[in-house]
Ligand binder design. Sequence first.
Ligand code: ADP
Ligand code: MG
Length: 595
Amino acid sequence: MPIHVLPPDVAAKIAAGEVVERPASVVKELVENAIDAGARAIRVEARDGGRRLIRVSDDGAGIPADEIPLAFARHATSKLTSVEDLERITTLGFRGEALASIAAVSRLTLVSRPASQSAGVEIRLDGGQQVSLGAKGSPAGTTVTVENLFHNIPARRKFLKAPATEAGHIHRVVVNYALAYPELRFHLTLDRRVAFQTGGSSNLYDVLVEVMGLETARQMVELGSQPPAPGSQPPAIRVSGYVGVPSLHRGQRDRLIFFVNRRWVQDRSLAAAVTQAYHTFLPVGRHPVAVINVTLDPADVDVNVHPTKSEVKFRDQRRVFSMVQKVVRSTVVAAASVPQIRVGFRPGLAHDAAPADSTEFSREEAERWRRLVAAGRRATQLGFEAQRTLPDDETGSLRPAAEEIPLLRVVGQVAQTYIVAEGPDGLYLVDQHAAHERVLYEQIQAERASAQVSSQQLLEPVTLELTPAQAAILDAEADTLAQVGFAIEPFGGTTYRLRAVPQILLKADPATALADILAELAEGAIPLSRQSDERLIVTVCKRAAIKAGQTLSMQEMQELIHHLERCSAPRTCPHGRPTMIHLSAAQLAREFGRT
Ligand code: ADP
Ligand code: MG
């Protein structure tokens, strides 16, 4: 075939494919247009997963009658005039492609009326060709109806997923914009059923309750505000939003939601920054829940990276990530909460109050939690102050003095595994192994920071025969092993001599302890740690810590609790599992029918 320029309608369909990938992309573009038009209320309707019909109505500025056909020309926009404008985008749209693209692959009807016009105008297009244009009575604002999406691109239509799946994508788009714009009212109908709506209260927490349910929302904490550097302007990068307490984790990253200047973005490195902020708080392979707004000068971010505008480029990527990580970390450390025991409702007992395992929370309970959160936020600000003096990449070993547990009185031991203790607000069950791991972990980190690791010479050096895999790890980790207190020297082949061990391992048999540690490292079962020295330390602590099944004296338990009280993150072990659970006085009273 000789080279030829494609006919305009073919070119238009190809271009449309970049913007309109699936029904949810249509919803995204139309909602963005409504927001850009200053709408206060946005209604979205979809039928059959959006194949049959998508309708988005808004009460925004509307399009002047004489501009309506132009809105469907490619690269026609009211939001941008010069290349310079591209440097500082403040609207969601700017490419002037969406209406043209959607119209090219569907039957589209748009009715619009600016408040100043007495009547509206209706335009109909089919496959991008104008079918009709005329006056039409309508409320102020704009309604776009898209029918039979992809009817003229069978290839695309074939690739659509089941209606329920496409509806799910639409749902997600609307939810994300509702989270980004809590001051707007959103209303989503799927196949004539109301699927989601928000009240436009301006309060992000209210939207979180709608999106995630009260049960999850009440486990989320507002990010601490960032105190401006003394004597300077407000920070150039602002990070706000909500993050889950560490016990609220998921198998997928799907609840890590980011907005940059109120634009929803998908960014792996932002997700990594947040996950890293939970370092040692989360179990292996689990992901936190977070809704985070990053606000910065539009000139410092390029949104024109991709036709769907869901990726962005930061001018100073490192600074953005480090800011996000710091703010999240300080909030998480301050808020790491003691998981509450949920004692089940047992019939036959007198229960005035709601059963404690009910997932319905009363207004008062939600209110009480919010007050707790407010207190946590104040603590976060203190924590943030403490962190600001430390270098960026040391977030893993920060020690803000914000998260505390109350002073506990040891009552006894259960199952040779748990310490029973009393606090001012009820009963605590402490996992002796996890708690000791946490204590040792912080001890080693502190010693390492001050370069004063306590190491103990062995009376007799021990000769170790290692497997090649263990020897490889030992060689790779030689520096860190020395830093934490091991003195090991090669003795030919895979044989080594062990001369000294960390003080904390002294009670163990040194040779088996080291072999265990190397074996564990070889399995790679340690969570979320990017640095191998972290992994090594966590492993050493695990090996050195008191085991489950070990009987402890009253004094040993008191000592352990005492050390735990002084940890900077006493509520989780270095693997991210909880060190304790809490049964509050109120819950006890309720269980015994005293309230
Ligand atoms: P862009 O949003 O990139 O400018 P679009 O193709 O999405 O491009 O829209 C073209 C133009 O149509 C917009 O610049 C805007 O002026 C107008 N427009 C589209 N939707 C609406 C709406 N819901 N309310 C008011 N004006 C709209
Ligand atoms: Mg647009």
